[in-house]
Structure formats: structure tokens, C-alpha cells
Write a protein of this length. Structure first.
Lengths: 391, 255, 329
């Protein structure tokens, strides 16, 4: 039974509710039955990709003319919320495909690139990944050392390594960000659509993860990878380009985190009602009620924050700093909600048959990726004081 | 097997989610709707799916979704459209009567001149739980009817279906046009795709007053059933069996 | 004084228990409305007339016997035409059917043909002034509606097992009649009938139901449930939606919101967690016993008696104990 304590449904349109309902049903029927095992096995449920594509989840807020669903941003956020109610790894797949692969092609690509790639990606026929982060350059992507050198015939040769790349080993194409100039300046950063079967390109899964296990996380190594001129994203330029993509993804994450939080809260509430100790359900004890009340409060606040942000985005007036505030807050409160739910579940809470600990572990990755909590702190600090405290 | 276009109608009802504790409204004859979530009911969703599968198999076919009730039922019609139906008809009425005969009369009046090859209903809706409207519409339209089907094939002017009776299963053949009511097990209803949800807004949805007769049934009271007395766990494992048998004999007196 | 019509459901040459329930209910209704006659319609293959006496024993003043080879199985069109014609010409105050699979199909058709309403799954009936008033479960049994029926005749279909067939001998005078539509020439044709086991008690009629769920782990383990059912002797075997969806048991055995609704004297839930949609199908059982290894399973909240334990240990022990208890009965 879904929680809607503040009746958010009353401020969603019929289409937004219908979109939310479809993804919710998909997650309940297809994701939840398998995700615990996938998490333990350390694999992304690839077999779900065709159905996710058919339902229209990839690049859902991109225009219909490119084969996408053409939804507004609130509906897009609701998709992320419901997917992450299933698992952060599943939502990450959709975030990457939509916001980090399809979006840069849409925003920075030529018309041919858009027409060639976007419909196939919407249909799940081509999977992409986003190559920005490097082993030594996480929070500071401007410092990247991956380089792309233009050849006489207009093609490019790319050298470098990327790390922590979701979908890396599954992807057909990688959106690789590389410096094209001779100096360390981030102004020369441009994006390239690199087919992953190019000579010199390897993707290797990173093993031993204790978080985001139902997701492919890979290292990419590019050794003299040659790509044609038509692989450059012509409108890309400077660090701003990949950051714009991140803003799109972070927006979805602000919603997604609350989905994970909602799953944990509902699990805790149901469990508390059934679990009998000292002769009554633990839901009747003051400390558990406080837990539940605190969880519910942060859940509602975070959802309202995401919803308003979505309305601003649809109005065309939102800023990346506003997204930072929502991502930072929502992921942080979601990690707290997941942890408290885990604790309420007691010993049962460490089992994979309950979802709270899986969400708890996943959310640690979500706390760190797409701009760590701390980075967003400094973004907000700079936004309000005018002073950069990054260095 | 001849593939030929078929004209299909599905009658649907918007019902509340059943997975809740209901409260009786202050008037004592209705359920308190505060906090209830409504949707197309499962049986009707299977009926819509059956129509869509026939449409998928028979090029040029058309599916019309019809519902009776206040304006809000247009959302339920649009759900059918978002699943893939082509047009909707809303028969406007302030309230959905409990009386299935009244509902069937209004539906039959609408369906009569539609030229439908097949009219589909869910076997029953979980709120009124009466399960009568489809069969009544068939009688009113003097069409052959097969109720509670769990399999369906259509080919060149006729169809075959499977239905369950107590202790037996029947395979029946029927001519078109016909009325069918759909039971669980016929299919799994498709989820509306996101594109389908967007497309639904653009499909034709006609609204007109329902031609309802005076109802012959009146709900005079609604009440919650008595709570079951709390039971108890009497023991663990096979060791508890003798105690259980004793209680079944002496206390429950069922053995 | 108002006469009441009863449709007596048959299976081949047998009268089904729900048929006797319908006659008993009609008798009760007639007595409540001033003691009119009960006319019972008995459709069946040649030889069904032998059952007329039993109907008289249960309160039928008149038994209308319609015999025809094509009535050996339920024939919706012939049954509808015959019942409707008789009800119309007989000027009955009410007509009682059963909420069986057959009755669910038949009663609404007859009502529509007569231009009147119908209430199915009726739990009880009464007279209030000029109206017949019935109680009927709504919202998967979570709400009980009291419904006033102003039309005549009032068509009702009784829930199985709520009216116990009662002896109340009346004349049972036989009237032979013809079907009002040719049973051999129907628009809908039965191509094939797969009979289930004849001696299997129907779920809705059995006094005891033993049902199994996921806790049985595999389809073959349903033998445990079947053995327990045979130990009771008068039990039917049911299943949850989870196991019927997986194909362990036929869909017809499913007890739940979208499956069968049952109200037996005793319901034994074996390895069933107690999902809401399952409870909807059995929560009106008079006594509920649950056996499950998880003491937090929701089924224990509705069970009168629960045993927490491994079904593979508890159920065989219970089967033996029940067999013993029945022996000494």
C-alpha cells in the first residue's frame, strides 16, 4: 500500500500519475522479485532492458520526434523515484542511458547523430555509458588527463582511462569526455561518441563492490582509440558540457533517492505492524514510533522538494545550484531513512529478503556519485556567498 | 485462418483499490472515499487486454472503451486508451448505480447500434461483486454470451473459448457478434507504455448522458462485517497437533 | 400469499447440494411472505424426474420437470428461456438461484429477460414492507450491503453453504414440461467437456477446505494437503494464487479475491502466508486453522488456531491425528 501522507497525488496531473503507476507496477512485478538475488550475485538484470525500453523509460523527457516519450520533467522524476524504489542500480541504468548518454547526444549532437542514435537508444537497442570520471579525477573532472588528438583526416585518437562507469561493460557506445588542447585547461574538453568495439577500447568490471551491486560498474581504458570526425559531439565544449549532463542526472537522483527512502519507510512500517515483541506489535513502542515519524517527515519533505524542483525545471527556470540542494538533501536524508529502517527491522534487517539494508548500502554510492555530498555543499556555499571554497 | 478487421467494445468500471480498510460514510449507504485510490479493475483490465490482443492479430480492428459514471471515469477510459484502445465513450451519470440491470440498460442502449463484433466485460467488479452486467447486456441485445472465459480464439465470424464450471471445463464455440465476460487466467494485462499515456490524451473520447432507468435495487445500509475474534497460536511443530485436534473437537466442534 | 420459484441446479442426473439449498431458501422465503407455494424447476437428462421427491422433501410444493438429453450438461440458452418463461407465467414473488459457476451465468440472464434486477452471492434475506431485502458482500467481503429489492419478481442467487438444506416435506407434485428453447439448437455450442473427478467435493460446497500455498515448496508436495483432505473425508483442496499462477494447481482451485470465495465450517491453511487477496476468499470461514513456519505470517492474525512449524512435520502428524479422531467418531 503506497504512502501519500501529504496527498502529493492531488498536485500531480493525470498523466504524471499514470506514468508513476506504470513504472510502479513494472517495479513491483518485474524488478522486486529478482533484485535481491541480483544484488547478491552482483549482476544487473539485463533481461529487463527490453521491457524497460518498450515502456519508454529511456530518455523519457526527450522529444517524441526522436522516438522518446516526450514527458515533462516531473513525470521523468517520478520514473526515477519508482525505479529506485526498486533498486538504485536499476535507476542508475536508466539515469545513465537517459540523462548521461541520450541527453548529451540531444544537447550537443548533430542532427544526424540525434536521428541515428536516439531512437535506437530509446528502444534499448543501443546501450550507452558516460565516461567522465577518471581514477585520479573524481570530484575534480576538470583535471582529467584523457586526451583526444585530432588527426589530419579529421578523425580523433583518444587515450586515457575512466573509472566508476555505470553500464561500462554492457555499453555499445561510450560518451567519452577528453581534452583536445595541449594544455591542462578544461576549456578544451569535448565529448565523443565512442563505439565500444573500437580497437584499443576495453571495459572491465570493477569487482568487490559492497554497494550498487545490481549494476555494472566498469573501468574503461582507451589506448589509441581512433574515431571518425562524425563521432565528435559538435556542440560540446568545455567542462560545462559534461556538467550540464550531470545536472540532468542529479535532478533524477533527487527523485530517485526519495523512492529508495519510501521503500525503506514502507517496509519498516509494515514490519513494525506485524512484528510482535513483549506481547504487542513493535509499532506500539515509543522509540519505533519516533523512528517512523522522523522517517515519514523527511520523506515528505524530500518528495516535496523534488516535486517543486521538477515544476521549476518544466518552467525552464531552474538552476544547477537548485539541483545541488535537492540532490544533497535528498540523498542524505534517504541514507538516514534507510539506516533507521534497517535498525527497526532488527536482525531480520540484515537479510537480503528485506530491502532496507540493500538500499542503505546502495545509497552510499548515490551519496558519493554525481557530485559527492561535500561537493554539493561547496556549490551551495559558493552560490550564496559568492566565494569559492573548492581549493 | 482468415485475418479480418474486428470491431471491439470493452465496458469498464473504475473501482477503489481493495487492499485497504474501508470506512462507511456518514450517510451509511456509501463507502468513505477519502484516501482511496481508484483504478481500472483487474477483470476489466483483462478484458481490455483481450480486445487489444485481438486488435494486434487482426489488422484494421478498432477497440472502443466504454464506461458509465461521473466525469472522473474518463480517467479510467483513458487508461484503456493508453493501453492501446482507439476511442472512448463516457456515459455520464452522477453516480454508478449498484443495480446491474440499470447499468446494463444504459450500456445496451449505447452498444446497440455500434455494430460491434465482440463486446467484452470483466467477469465481475470487486466493489459491487455482483458479476451480472455482461450477461444482462447480452440478453438485452439478444446476443450469444459466454461468461467467465479463460481462453479465447477468434477466426472468420466465430470464436472458441474455454470456461470453468464446478468440476468441469468446457470448450465452447460461438458465432459473432457475441458478448464475452473475462475471467482470471485469460491473459496478463499490459502496462500502459509512457508513449501510450501521452497518446491517450489525443484519442477521441465522447461524453454523453447515460440512459439509466430507475433502479430497482436500493442499498439501504452498508456495514463492516464483524471482526473475527482474535485467535491464538497454540504451539509449535508436530507436538502441537494433539492440542489442535482437541480444540477442533471440543471448542470449535468441527471435528 | 406469494409463490416462490427455485431453480434446482443439477450435474448430470444428480441434484447438487446448492440446488437443495435453493429449495430450502425458497421455502423459507415463501413462509415469510405468508406461506405461498414453492415451485422448483428441475432441468436434466431423462430420468432426472427421480429426484423430484427429494425436492418435495425439502419443501417444494410443485416440481416442474423438464427432461431432455441435451440438458445433461448446463445449457445456458435453454435454461434461461425455460426458467424465464416459467417465472413470467407463474407470477412469482421471488426466484431463487445459486451463486455457483452455473448460477452466476444463469441468474442475470433470466433477470434481464424478465426486465428485473438480480442480486448474487446473497447471505441472507428478509421482508420489509413490500420489499424483499437481502444482504450481499461487497468490496471483496470487507463491506456488507443491505439491499432493498423493489422489482417483482425479486431474483436472488444464494451464496453456497449459507442455507443448510432442511427437510420440510410438501407435496412435491410433478408437472412435466418442455424446454422453452430447443436445447439441441443453441447459438453457443459445447465442443468439448473435460470432467473433473466426480467424487471431488466442490470448494464452495465442502464443509472442510484444506488449502496449500508456497510454503509447500513444490507441486508434488501438495500430496500432503490431499492426504489431510482425505483424512477429513468431507474436504476439498484449494490453493493460493501464487501456486495456481505457477501452475502447481489448476486455476479453478484458487481461493482468493479473483478466484473462489469459500465459507466452509473449517479452513486449514497449509504453508500460506496470508496475503490480503487470499484472505478475501476465505475470511468468512467459521473456523480457520493455520500452519506456517513463520510466526509473523499475516495468516495467524485471522486464524482461530495456529501452529508454528514445518508443514512437512506438522501436516502428516495432523493427518494421522484426524484419521484417528474420525475413526472413533
Amino acid at each position: 500500500m503506497a504512502n501519500d501522507f501529504y496527498n502529493l497525488d492531488s498536485v500531480l496531473s493525470e498523466e504524471e500519475r499514470a506514468v508513476r503507476d506504470t513504472i510502479r507496477s513494472f517495479v513491483d512485478e518485474k524488478v522486486l522479485p529478482v533484485i535481491g538475488d541480483c544484488y547478491i550475485e552482483g549482476r544487473f538484470p539485463k533481461e529487463l532492458i527490453p521491457e524497460m525500453a518498450e515502456l519508454g523509460m529511456f530518455g523519457a523527457n526527450l522529444p517524441e520526434e526522436y522516438g522518446c516519450a516526450g514527458l515533462n520533467n516531473v513525470a521523468y522524476g517520478l520514473i526515477m523515484h519508482e525505479l529506485e524504489r526498486g533498486d538504485s542500480g536499476v535507476r542508475s541504468f536508466a539515469s545513465v542511458q537517459g540523462a548521461l548518454v541520450m541527453y548529451p547526444i540531444y544537447a550537443f549532437g548533430s542532427e544526424e547523430q540525434k536521428r541515428h542514435y536516439l531512437p535506437k537508444m530509446a528502444h534499448g537497442e543501443l546501450i550507452g555509458c558516460f565516461g567522465l570520471t577518471e581514477p585520479d579525477y573524481g570530484s575534480n573532472p576538470s583535471g582529467m588527463i584523457t586526451r583526444a588528438r585530432e588527426q589530419k583526416d579529421g578523425s580523433w585518437v583518444i587515450n586515457g582511462a575512466k573509472m566508476w562507469i555505470t553500464n561500462g561493460s554492457t555499453a555499445d557506445v561510450a560518451i567519452v569526455w577528453a581534452k583536445t588542447g595541449d594544455d591542462k585547461s578544461d576549456k578544451s574538453i569535448r565529448g565523443f561518441i565512442v563505439p565500444t568495439d573500437s580497437a584499443g577500447f576495453t571495459a572491465k568490471d570493477q569487482k568487490g563492490k559492497l554497494s550498487l551491486r545490481a549494476s555494472d560498474t566498469s573501468e574503461l581504458v582507451l589506448q589509441d582509440v581512433k574515431v571518425g570526425a562524425d563521432c565528435l559531439l559538435p556542440k560540446s565544449g568545455g567542462i560545462k558540457s559534461p556538467l550540464m549532463c550531470l545536472t540532468q542526472a542529479r535532478y533524477g537522483i533527487a527523485w530517485g533517492a526519495m523512492g529508495a527512502a519510501q521503500a525503506c519507510y514502507e517496509e519498516a512500517l509494515t514490519y513494525a505492524g506485524n512484528r510482535v515483541m513483549f506481547g504487542k506489535p513493535i509499532a506500539g513502542f515509543q522509540l519505533q514510533q519516533q523512528r517512523l515519524a522522523d522517517m515519514l517527515t523527511e520523506l515528505v519533505k524530500g518528495q516535496l522538494l523534488a516535486l517543486h524542483l521538477g515544476r521549476l525545471k518544466d518552467a525552464g527556470t531552474f538552476s544547477p545550484q537548485q539541483v545541488s540542494l535537492a540532490k544533497r538533501n535528498n540523498v542524505s536524508v534517504a541514507t538516514d531513512i534507510a539506516r533507521e529502517a534497517r535498525r527497526l527491522l532488527g536482525a531480520n534487517g540484515i537479510l537480503a529478503e528485506y530491502s532496507s539494508m540493500r538500499h542503505m548500502a546502495n545509497l552510499e554510492s548515490v551519496y558519493t556519485y554525481e557530485g559527492t555530498h561535500d561537493v554539493h555543499t561547496l556549490i551551495l556555499g559558493q552560490a550564496v556567498t559568492g566565494l569559492s571554497a573548492f581549493e | 485462418m482468415e485475418i479480418s478487421a474486428v470491431k471491439l467494445a470493452v465496458c469498464v468500471k473504475r473501482v477503489p483499490d481493495m487492499d485497504v480498510r474501508f470506512r462507511i460514510g456518514a450517510d451509511n449507504v456509501s463507502v468513505d472515499e477519502a484516501g482511496l485510490k481508484f483504478d481500472l479493475n483487474d477483470f476489466d483490465a483483462w478484458a481490455v487486454e483481450a480486445a487489444l490482443q485481438l486488435k494486434d492479430k487482426n489488422a484494421g480492428s478498432e477497440v472502443t472503451v466504454i464506461s458509465l459514471g461521473p466525469d472522473i471515469v474518463q480517467e479510467t477510459i483513458r487508461k484503456g486508451l493508453s493501453m492501446g484502445a482507439d476511442r472512448g465513450v463516457h456515459l455520464k451519470a452522477d453516480k454508478v448505480p449498484f443495480d446491474g440491470f440499470a447499468v446494463a440498460s444504459a450500456l445496451a442502449a449505447e452498444l446497440k447500434s455500434g455494430g460491434y463484433d465482440l463486446i467484452l466485460f470483466g467477469k465481475m467488479s470487486p466493489d459491487s461483486s455482483n458479476g451480472v452486467v455482461g450477461q444482462m447486456v447480452a440478453e438485452m441485445l439478444q446476443l450469444p454470451c459466454v461468461s467467465a472465459i479463460s481462453s479465447l480464439e477468434i477466426a472468420s465470424g466465430k470464436g472458441t473459448a474455454k470456461r470453468e464450471l464446478e468440476g468441469a471445463q468446457e470448450i465452447v464455440e460461438f458465432p459473432l457478434p457475441a458478448v464475452l465476460t473475462v475471467d482470471e487466467g485469460l491473459n496478463t494485462a499490459r502496462l500502459p507504455s509512457l508513449k501510450g499515456i501521452m497518446a491517450a490524451k489525443k484519442k477521441p473520447l465522447e461524453s454523453k448522458p447515460a440512459q439509466l432507468p430507475q433502479p430497482q435495487l436500493t442499498v439501504t445500509r452498508l456495514e463492516l462485517p464483524p471482526e473475527r475474534q482474535a485467535g491464538r497460536i497454540i504451539g509449535e511443530g508436530a507436538a502441537a497437533v494433539p492440542e489442535l485436534v482437541k480444540l477442533l473437537q471440543t471448542e470449535a466442534k468441527v471435528l | 400469499m406469494a409463490n416462490v420459484f427455485a431453480f434446482v441446479e443439477t450435474r448430470g442426473s444428480e441434484v447438487r447440494k446448492v440446488g437443495l439449498e435453493a429449495v430450502t431458501a425458497a421455502r423459507m422465503l415463501a413462509d415469510k411472505t405468508g406461506g405461498g407455494e414453492v415451485h422448483a424447476l428441475l432441468l436434466g437428462p431423462p430420468g432426472i424426474s427421480a429426484k423430484a421427491q427429494q425436492l418435495g422433501q425439502h419443501g417444494a410444493d410443485v416440481v416442474i420437470v423438464v427432461e431432455n438429453p441435451a440438458l445433461a450438461n448446463y445449457n445456458p440458452e435453454a435454461a434461461t428461456a425455460t426458467a424465464a418463461e416459467r417465472i413470467k407465467s407463474g407470477g412469482y414473488r421471488a426466484a431463487v438461484f445459486s451463486t455457483s459457476a452455473q448460477g452466476r451465468d444463469l441468474a442475470p440472464r433470466v433477470a434481464a429477460r424478465l426486465g428485473v434486477s438480480v442480486v448474487t452471492d446473497v447471505l441472507s434475506f428478509d421482508i420489509q414492507g413490500q420489499n424483499i431485502v437481502v444482504r450481499h458482500p461487497m468490496n471483496i467481503g470487507k463491506v456488507i450491503a443491505t439491499i432493498s429489492m423493489s422489482g417483482t419478481p425479486a431474483i436472488i442467487a444464494m451464496r453456497p453453504n449459507v442455507i443448510a438444506p432442511a427437510q420440510n416435506p410438501k407435496a412435491g407434485r410433478i408437472e412435466n414440461a418442455q424446454p422453452a428453447a430447443d436445447p439441441a439448437s443453441t447459438r453457443v455450442k459445447v465442443l468439448e467437456t473435460k470432467q473433473g473427478s466426480r467424487d471431488k467435493l466442490d470448494l464452495a460446497e465442502a464443509p472442510v477446505v484444506v488449502a496449500g500455498g508456497r510454503g509447500l515448496k513444490a507441486a508434488e508436495n501438495f500430496k500432503l494437503v490431499e492426504d489431510l483432505a482425505s483424512a477429513f473425508g468431507n474436504a476439498a483442496v484449494g490453493a493460493t494464487r501464487a501456486v495456481t499462477d505457477d501452475g502447481w494447481r489448476p486455476h479453478a482451485d484458487q481461493i482468493g479475491q479473483t478466484g473462489r470465495l469459500v465459507s466452509p465450517e473449517l479452513y486449514v491453511a497449509v504453508g500460506i502466508s496470508g496475503a490480503v487477496q487470499h484472505l478475501a476468499g476465505m475470511r468468512t470461514s467459521k473456523t480457520i486453522v493455520a500452519i506456517n513456519k513463520d510466526k509473523d505470517a499475516p495468516i495467524f492474525k485471522v486464524a482461530d488456531y495456529g501452529i508454528v512449524g514445518d508443514v512437512f512435520e506438522v501436516v502428516p502428524a495432523l493427518t494421522d491425528a484426524v484419521r484417528e479422531a474420525k475413526k472413533h467418531h
